[in-house]
Write a protein that binds this ligand. Structure first.
Ligand code: FES
Length: 148
């Protein structure tokens, strides 16, 4: 099947029920998206599918064949980090960083539809992303301060 990921077209042979996350990590070696819960509730595996932050662990790869997928690897352009990535660095918005790629993806989706979210809107949008190190105050600050 043909997949559109990070501006590239990949033609790969995988079972249709394979998860998008396994396809990215195992078949395409795009390992920035992480496996956490495997049940769609922790946010570590989130990627953009047609601009929507989507849990790739519970998304069958066949369902994204005609959609544009963007992973954490696809956010930086022309050697420059995406503003959300830069803001996470500037605010030191992580500890172990296992959750970071999913956090960044959710924040990018939020900022794309709402460039100046309120504190409550950030909380609502990020509720699906869990940080076990509890870096939430710095994550909130990074998303608030990110220039988009
Ligand atoms: Fe997909 Fe947790 S690993 S939501």
């Amino acid at each position: 099947m043909k997949l559109h990921i990070n501006g590239h077209v990949y033609d790969i042979d995988v079972p249709e029920t394979t998860s998008l996350l396994d396809t990215l990590r195992i078949y395409l070696k795009l390992t920035g998206s992480k496996y956490g819960c495997g049940e769609g509730v922790c946010g570590a595996c989130r990627v953009l599918v047609d601009g929507h932050a989507t849990p790739s662990c519970i998304t069958p790869v066949a369902s994204v064949q005609h959609k544009e997928v963007v992973t954490i690897e696809g956010l930086a352009k022309d050697g420059r980090l995406h503003p959300i990535q830069q803001a996470f660095l500037d605010e030191d918005a992580f500890q172990c960083a296992y959750c970071t790629s999913g956090m960044v993806i959710s924040a990018v989706a939020l900022k794309n539809r709402n460039p100046r979210p309120s504190r409550q809107e950030i909380i609502d949008a990020m509720q699906v992303n869990i940080c076990r190190c509890c870096a939430y105050p710095r994550i909130m600050k990074a998303i608030s301060n990110a220039q988009s």
